[in-house]
Design a protein around this ligand. Structure first.
Ligand code: DLL
Length: 443
């Protein structure tokens, strides 16, 4: 394919910044008013903060408004944050949530249309174009991945194969028979598909795939390198969350792969210090916060995502003018502290995936010894290395020593390391579980 990606909506995606900001301000005012008039949660929050919709006169005035957090969704379960009558709601999604009730979101017909639009832009930015056959291996259901990509690919003018997650043997048959140019799945599930293809004696580099749209879980540049090499494709990062809309909040472009373009006409981003709530300048890393600008059923004001990233307003070489966010470093909830040092699983992934003898399958096991937290990284070795390992112990000792040193250099603390036999760690069909927390919960 050529170098430039197809821009689905050039008017918006290459809009001069001043014009974009005017559009955002107009939509922000409408959103705040809609929330104030239709949702008692928002009205009470704003009354408490002493702000009225009339106080929003500039984009900076957004900072007068209080934040929203995930527990607000749980406390208003299932529909109390909806800003329209249920008769207007055409779709419900949510996140499965490991604890308690799922968090529920709703969409009007316009919301679904806008969502399809941002995903269509995203698929094009990733290298897609009208006429593409597209293999969608994100789960269909309450999770937004499957249906989100589905409507976007249709809107772009592609042919979507709604295969959903799981049944890997069938995925492989369809990839071979239908010859899709594009694929979407979590990065971890894609590796699972690659592994199964090799097991069947197939060469994953010899498919018709040209680009993959990967997200819904944190992943690293090293994982990108692995996916691109294994499948001979461009691996593109897509970001989103159900509370804000689903996939399509932002996407990397095929030509730069340097930050994710935010669909800023629909989602207004901020980055804040997660401790103090203070808004941070461009370039500084902090917690991403989004305000929806067009959503009708489930508008959010200053929603704290729990995801760590930074923002870059510079124009991109692809021609898009929309602000870019950095790859997500991780969720604040997934960060753990070992001997006073903050660690994100992605920092561990970067080290492991750069080692040839290791397979890209790992888990981090946290436990507590006395009052100290301890961390042991479990990582599979490659089949080739496993053969050597079985022949002599020396190789294992050397590899363990080398990886532990690399981890210490990257993290600033020593962590345990267990090399595991190939295919012994659990495989994911959706979001990978990276952390096994065996620490006793102090109540
Ligand atoms: O995961 C939406 C999605 C579907 C995004 C398909 C991309 C592709 P939730 O289930 O609500 O929605 O989970 C949202 O997943 O807050 C992040 O912590 C994480 N996440 C999503 N995309 C990325 C990414 C979907 N590209 C939560 N990199 C978010 C890192 C991501 N983390």
């Amino acid at each position: 394919m050529g170098k430039a990606s197809y821009i689905f909506n050039p008017e918006i995606e290459t809009m001069p910044r001043e014009k974009m900001e005017l559009l955002q301000l107009k939509r922000l005012k409408e959103t705040v008013r809609r929330c104030y008039e239709n949702v008692s949660f928002h009205r009470e929050n704003m009354d408490r903060a002493g702000v009225t919709p009339d106080d929003i006169q500039t984009l900076e005035d957004l900072q007068k408004l209080p934040f929203m957090v995930k527990s607000d969704l749980r406390e208003n379960y299932p529909f109390k944050l909806f800003a329209v009558d249920m008769s207007q709601v055409v779709r419900i999604h949510g996140s499965s949530g490991t604890k308690g009730k799922p968090t529920i979101v709703g969409y009007t017909k316009n919301d679904i249309e806008n969502w399809a639009e941002v995903v269509a832009r995203a698929v094009c930015a990733a290298g897609g174009r009208p006429g593409d056959m597209f293999h969608n291996a994100y789960g269909y259901g309450l999770f937004t991945g499957g249906l989100g990509l589905h409507y976007g690919v249709e809107k772009m003018g592609g042919t979507v194969v709604p295969v959903s997650g799981g049944n890997t043997a069938r995925q492989i048959t369809l990839i071979q028979d239908f010859q899709p140019r594009g694929i979407s799945a979590t990065p971890s599930y894609t590796l699972n598909i690659v592994e199964e293809m090799k097991k069947l004696g197939l060469d994953p580099r010899k498919t018709n795939l040209a680009y993959g749209i990967f997200g819904a879980e944190p992943w690293t540049e090293e994982m990108r390198a692995q996916l691109e090499e294994e499948l001979d494709i461009k691996a593109i990062d897509i970001y989103g969350l159900s509370e804000v809309i689903g996939p399509g909040v932002s996407i990397e472009c095929y030509e730069a792969q340097d930050g994710l373009h935010i669909a800023e006409d629909h989602f207004l981003p901020e980055v804040i210090d997660p401790e103090t709530g203070e808004v941070l300048p461009y370039g500084e890393e902090g917690e991403l916060v989004f305000t929806s600008l067009t959503k009708e059923a489930f508008p959010v004001i200053r929603y704290r995502t729990g995801d760590i990233a930074s923002l870059n307003p510079e124009k991109c070489k692809c021609g898009r003018t929309t602000i870019r966010m950095s790859r997500i470093k991780g969720r604040i909830d997934d960060m753990f502290i070992v001997r006073g040092v903050n660690v994100f699983p992605t920092e561990i992934e970067s080290v492991l995936l750069a080692v040839d003898e290791l397979a890209p399958h790992y888990q981090v096991v946290l436990s507590r010894e006395g009052v100290m937290d301890s961390c042991e990284v479990h990582c599979e070795v490659t089949t080739e290395f496993y053969r050597k390992m079985s022949a002599s112990n020396e190789e294992t000792v050397q590899l363990t020593e080398m990886v532990r040193n690399h981890l210490k250099e990257a993290l600033g603390i020593s962590v345990g390391l267990k090399l595991c036999k190939p295919r012994t760690l659990p495989r994911s069909e959706g979001k990978a579980i990276r952390i096994i927390d065996k620490r006793e919960k102090v109540s």
